[in-house]
Design a protein around this ligand. Structure first.
Ligand SMILES: NC(=O)C1=CN([C@@H]2O[C@H](COP(=O)(O)OP(=O)(O)OC[C@H]3O[C@@H](n4cnc5c(N)ncnc54)[C@H](OP(=O)(O)O)[C@@H]3O)[C@@H](O)[C@H]2O)C=CC1
Ligand SMILES: O=C1O[C@H](COP(=O)(O)O)[C@@H](O)[C@H](O)[C@H]1O
Length: 590
């Protein structure tokens, strides 16, 4: 077990390897000496000395600027385990090495490096932070810095010195080539980490790994990193990206594979939807406003809709997507997580475990999805319909990476049922699709009719259109609005439907952080509130696995829909079965 094997002490290894601070550590002396590296970071010349970090403090050069510093020999000190645990959480006593495994890849470039830079720029990372890239591609440190440099941008609301911060950030980046299944690669990485960590002069060196690699090498990479490159002095945390398996059995197998090398405390299963601003806000909206929580049940809510749509297809990702399909790609994780946060009972506190306990309970109350509650679709091409002047829009099957005749769904609509006192009889309708007419994600809560409504005769024949609807728009144009009936101003008594709205762009001047920024910061702080626990994952697969298997066994053919459309009509039949009308049919942009 990583950390634990080296230290040979259960409690301490839990603490140092990933758990949040826990009281009552024994005061046994640590069996392995802690290395302190009291080597000051000294400036070689004035140019070196003026590099600025995000918090505006000046920083001395790192060893790539001054190779002589690499020769420093650290001294050895001992700490009690309690002191070590405290030091690991104290940035004045600890350093942080972030290792991106799969550093040459798409996610690393698109999300991870920009997010780490944004945190660095905001001064939210420990002062002694360094970034290591690991992948099979051959690259020098300089080439790696060029690769990262091309991904960094300054925020629109960047205050100042963004370019200086970029240079300071890049000076902390190092690269180590290696195979994902080769212990010697991770041993080299460990050496490289230690060299830089020694230069910080900190007694404790924490390490955070981000496994940004294809799922077939997850376990090998986790094992290689854990067994050969875990921190000997501080905590080691490992972020794992989805997909977490294809079904219950493969997910359990992946879990067992990871558990051979890591404790559950060390594993951070990321679902980046949980890091989105409006999803973070869900608990605030529900539990800190008296006006919402009392309405949050079958008594007042008719149905809940979670809608995800993208206006682009899977072009180039067919190799991955065809093995998973839209239900596994988006529904079983992102949308189900939203439902769990939306529908859970109030947690006893904001503590990560308290929230995840409630999420597990509500997931346990859900029925397994039935095939008759599923509609599948697959987009087909359209000639002359491209955005840039009449180009063709390719169908899913036109992608060279997709197997001929694939039945893989790129669209799905499903109905979920929560069998508990709060939600009995309320359909939760989920809809997700690629290559649709628009890009967006939202939650729509449709309320019941007003009993004995004295304005019934004023609101038109379709009474369903006049019930209140709360819309939480996750992206884009993040906003929350409540559709209400209102008197049209003037003489007489005419009603129309209008909105009470909160548009984030108008209400807040600050640019919203990317989901990965929030989540990476949480890992640094050991906060697991927004990460998926193993029992949560098990429940999530339990809800979807039988129907996924049935779809595959029966070779259910998806209904074709044109690229850029609103998806297959089957979705409307599914909604109609529950007396529901999809809320996104009316254009109510704000
Ligand atoms: N990209 C995205 O937007 C999202 C990605 N994810 C998940 O994040 C992880 C990383 O995604 P992404 O960056 O797109 O992946 P990539 O396909 O870009 O792979 C990442 C790196 O892994 C190495 N690699 C690629 N294929 C293989 C292979 N068959 N065997 C071993 N190594 C391989 C390559 O590095 P090298 O050859 O240098 O070793 C590559 O640069 C995946 O688990 C993905 O499902 C999740 C959400 C969104
Ligand atoms: O995990 C995934 O999410 C993206 C959508 O993320 P967003 O933050 O851009 O909304 C989706 O495109 C991809 O297929 C899926 O793997």
């Amino acid at each position: 077990m990583l950390g634990g094997r080296q230290l040979g002490m259960d409690k301490l290894s839990r603490k140092l390897s990933g758990a949040q601070p826990v009281a009552n550590y024994s005061r046994r002396p640590i069996s392995r000496p802690f290395r302190a590296a009291p080597v000051p970071r000294v400036a070689q010349n004035s140019q070196d000395a003026v590099t600025q970090n995000g918090s505006g403090t000046s920083e001395a050069p790192t060893s790539w600027q001054n190779p002589a510093l690499k020769k420093a020999i650290p001294t050895v000190v001992s700490l009690s385990d309690e002191a070590a645990a405290m030091a690991a959480d104290d940035w004045s006593q600890s350093s942080l090495s972030v290792v991106v495994v799969g550093a040459s890849g798409d996610l690393a470039k698109k999300k991870i490096f920009p997010a780490l830079f944004a945190l660095f720029y905001e001064g939210l990372l420990p002062p002694d932070f360094q970034l290591f890239g690991y992948a099979r591609s051959k690259m020098t440190d300089e080439e790696f810095r060029d690769l990262i440099g091309n991904t960094l941008t300054c925020r629109i609301d960047a205050r100042s010195r963004c370019e200086d911060s970029q240079a300071a950030f890049l000076s902390r980046c190092f690269y180590c080539p290696g195979q994902y299944d080769a212990p010697e690669g991770y041993a080299n990485l460990d050496k490289k980490c230690k060299e830089q960590e020694a230069l910080t002069g900190k007694m404790v060196a924490n390490r955070m790994f981000f496994l940004s690699i294809p799922p077939n090498v997850f376990v090998q990479a986790a094992g290689g990193a854990a067994d050969n490159c875990s921190s000997p002095t501080g905590w080691t945390r490992v972020i794992v990206e989805k997909p977490f398996g294809r079904d219950s059995a493969s997910s359990a197998e992946l879990g067992r594979g990871l558990a051979r090398h890591l404790t559950e405390d060390q594993i951070y299963r990321i679902d980046h939807y949980l890091g989105k601003e409006l999803i973070e806000n869900l608990t605030v909206l529900r539990f800190s406003n008296l006006v919402f929580e009392p309405l949050w049940s079958r008594q007042y809510i008719r149905n809940v809709q979670v809608i995800f749509s993208e206006d682009f297809g899977t072009e180039g990702r067919g190799g991955y997507f065809d093995r998973y399909g839209i239900i596994r790609d988006v529904m079983q994780n992102h949308l189900l997580q939203i439902v769990a946060l939306f529908a859970m009972e109030p947690p006893v506190s904001l503590d990560g475990e308290a929230i995840r306990n409630e999420k597990v309970k509500v997931l346990q109350s859900m029925s397994q999805v039935a095939l008759e509650d599923v509609t599948l679709g697959q987009y087909r091409g359209r000639s002359g319909a491209g955005r840039s002047g009449g180009a063709d829009l390719p169908g899913y099957l036109d992608d060279a990476t997709v197997p001929k005749g694939s039945l893989c769904p790129t669209f799905a609509a499903i109905a979920l049922h929560i069998n508990n006192a709060r939600w009995d009889g309320v359909p939760f309708l989920l809809k997700a699709g690629k290559a649709l007419h628009t890009r967006g994600a939202e939650i729509r809560v449709q309320f019941r009719h007003v009993p004995g409504n004295i304005f019934k005769h004023k609101v038109g024949p379709n009474i369903d259109m006049t019930t209140n609807e709360l819309v939480i728009r996750i992206q884009p144009r993040e906003s929350i609005y409540l559709k209400i009936n209102n008197k049209v101003p003037g003489l007489g008594m005419r009603l129309d439907t209008t909105k009470l709205d909160l548009v984030y762009n108008d209400a807040y001047s600050k640019e919203l952080p990317d989901a990965y920024e929030r989540l990476l910061l949480d890992v640094v702080n050991g906060d697991k509130r927004l990460f998926i626990r193993d029992d949560e994952l098990e429940q999530a697969w339990n809800i979807f696995t039988p129907v996924l298997h049935e779809i595959e066994r029966r070779k259910v053919a998806p209904e074709l829909y044109p690229y850029g459309s609103r998806g297959p009509v089957g979705a409307h039949y599914l909604a109609a079965k529950y007396n529901v009308r999809w809320g996104d049919l009316t254009e109510d942009e704000i």
